[in-house]
Design a protein around this ligand. Structure first.
Ligand code: NAD
Length: 528
């Protein structure tokens, strides 16, 4: 990893963030983290700059974000190299799932944000509200604290930062301490924005906690359910709103009429992309019994063709903790009766010399007593569960874990849509898995344990705005019908309006409307 100006060598006293290549164990660099006590000042500074940033029209803000995109183009090689080395993932994955979706999202949001941020004009209201109109403005919160994970360290940081900025907020971004080199790349591309609009702070959990407690005006968090809960609790102290994008034990259902070749390829990819370290990675595959043998055979033969050689298809784990979880989950499941279908923890590359290789493993069986039933694995372990039919599959998808995403595999589109409509999940896809994460027009978020709030599309922009109603009394000189005094004509007009709106028959409505018309002028004349 190339060292940048803002990276500093550790002094003995400073605890440093170490950047290591998990495929080789080689040290890449070190970064001195910010002190938690400095963060309040940084948030205050971002708050001072915010009105000036918000005063720029959305089109102007989008032009500034375009500069960020162009800086990514200029720095592309260095960004991809840093992600590849620091995460231990293949270059194609760094491009396909980290840099490309960031660029796609930026380009789309730059174009669409000005339209999505236009004020809404909801319908005029009748009855006692006569004459009142509304203009709903989408105003920024102020300073947004964005906290990001390490598995897609570039894309997921920008997934929160970009809509927050376009909506007129300033941002303080804390990338993951596991990928500080990528944090520096993010700092470099965000430096193309006006000074103070975005500040990147590097550090571990205590720095994230200090950012939430600063307090920010809104927190955007992408990470584990455990940290998500801690952040929600800490934010509640200040009543700070939070968007939480958390993990999942995502399910796939392979129907008996699925194209098995397609399903095996898709499930293989979605189970093992990024060595299974994806919030969207499939962690449960429900397969109808009648086709399960054939499906497993295809999966095993496709898995055998994947390369895990440092340049090929499957990278290493990124952290020791995730490697340990993978090994613990695999041993526990096999110890409790799961059958090894393909791969296995001892197959493939060994992790000696501090390297973090984990071989993709397919097992059959997933029961309540297993660790995988209760916890997200976030590693290359793919359990298959045989079911009798779609009813059993739907019930088990919904009851046996939490889904950030889920997928249905069938040749019959109508059937797949019907099944998808019964699956409880943040997103559901048909004959592909989780790809909507990279679709900038689509809402992105979870249900239940996988989080709340939405990033992506109009939902993502509006997540970072406060819908503020500017209500106007239409006619300038008109007093309101329900102001003092409450004379006879006022009461009669209010009653007639209520009846007009609630009467079931047309004749009753017309009778009430006539009474309304006969009294309304008198009622206004009564007003003080
Ligand atoms: P993590 O929760 O350990 O850390 C995420 C970030 O939170 C890091 O920057 C960390 O420093 C910070 N943090 C930790 N404790 C904190 C605290 N108390 N206060 C404030 N900040 C704190 O998660 P991780 O290991 O980096 O990422 C893996 C998890 O993220 C998995 O569960 C995965 O499913 C989930 N994830 C979700 C999505 C999504 O879009 N829903 C995307 C990617 C990853």
């Amino acid at each position: 990893m190339a060292r940048t100006k803002s990276q500093t060598r550790s002094s003995k006293k400073s605890p440093t963030l170490k950047s290591v290549n998990p495929q080789t164990g080689a040290a890449l660099g070190e970064i001195v983290p910010i002190k938690p006590e400095e963060i309040r000042g940084i948030v205050d500074a971002a708050r001072k700059v915010q009105p000036e940033w918000a005063a720029i029209a959305p089109q102007g803000r989008a032009r500034h974000l375009r500069e960020v995109r162009h800086t990514i183009y200029r720095n592309l090689d260095e960004i991809v190299e840093t992600i590849t080395q620091e995460c231990g993932k293949p270059q194609s994955e760094a491009l396909a799932h980290d840099v490309m979706p960031a660029v796609i999202g930026l380009e789309y949001m730059e174009r669409m944000a000005p339209r999505w941020l236009r004020p809404d004009h909801p319908g005029r209201v009748v009855g006692s509200m006569i004459g009142l109109t509304s203009r709903v403005e989408h105003r920024p919160f102020g300073v947004v604290g964005c906290i990001a994970p390490w598995n897609y360290p570039f894309f997921l940081a920008l997934m929160g930062v970009v809509p927050a900025l376009l909506a007129g907020n300033t941002v303080v971004l804390k990338p993951s301490e596991v990928t500080p080199g990528v944090g520096e790349r993010l700092r470099e591309v965000l430096e193309s924005l006006p000074a103070g609009v975005t500040t990147v702070i590097q550090g571990a959990s205590e720095v994230g906690a200090a950012l939430v407690d600063a307090p920010c005006d809104k927190v955007s968090f992408i990470g584990s359910p455990r940290t998500g809960r801690q952040i929600a609790e800490a934010a509640a102290k200040h009543l700070t709103p939070v968007v939480l994008e958390l993990g999942g034990q995502d399910a796939a259902f392979v129907c008996d009429d699925a194209d098995l070749d397609l399903a095996a390829s898709g499930v293989l990819w979605a189970g093992f992309l990024n060595a299974g370290q994806a919030c969207t990675a499939i962690e449960r595959v429900y397969v109808v019994d009648s086709i399960a043998d054939e499906f497993e055979g295809k999966l095993a033969s496709k898995l055998a063709r994947l390369r895990q050689d440092g340049h090929g298809d499957i990278g290493s784990m990124t952290t020791q903790a995730q490697l340990d979880t993978f090994k613990r989950h695999t041993a526990d499941a096999i110890g409790r009766g799961a059958k090894l279908v393909a791969g296995g923890p001892d197959a493939g590359r060994k992790n000696d010399d501090g390297t973090l290789w984990a071989h993709p493993t397919v097992i059959e069986g997933r029961t309540e007593d297993m660790d995988i039933f209760r916890e997200e694995t976030f590693g290359p372990l793919l359990p298959i569960v045989r079911v009798q039919d779609e009813n059993e599959a739907i019930q088990r998808i919904n009851d046996e874990g939490f889904n950030l995403t889920a997928s249905v595999w069938s040749r019959d589109r109508a059937r797949a849509k019907r099944i998808a409509s019964e699956v409880r999940s943040g997103s559901v896809t048909i004959n592909c898995h989780a790809e909507t994460a990279g679709a900038p027009w689509a809402p992105w978020g979870g249900v239940g344990q996988s989080g709340y709030g939405r990033l992506g599309g109009i939902y993502g922009i509006r997540e970072f705005t406060v819908p503020t109603n500017v209500g106007t009394n239409g006619p300038l000189t008109m007093k309101r019908l329900f102001w003092f005094p409450y004379g006879e004509a006022t009461t009669e007009t209010l009653r007639a309006a209520t009846e007009t709106l609630s009467a079931p028959s047309l004749s009753d409505k017309l009778a009430s409307a006539r009474r309304f018309a006969g009294n309304v002028r008198k009622a206004f004349k009564e007003k003080l």
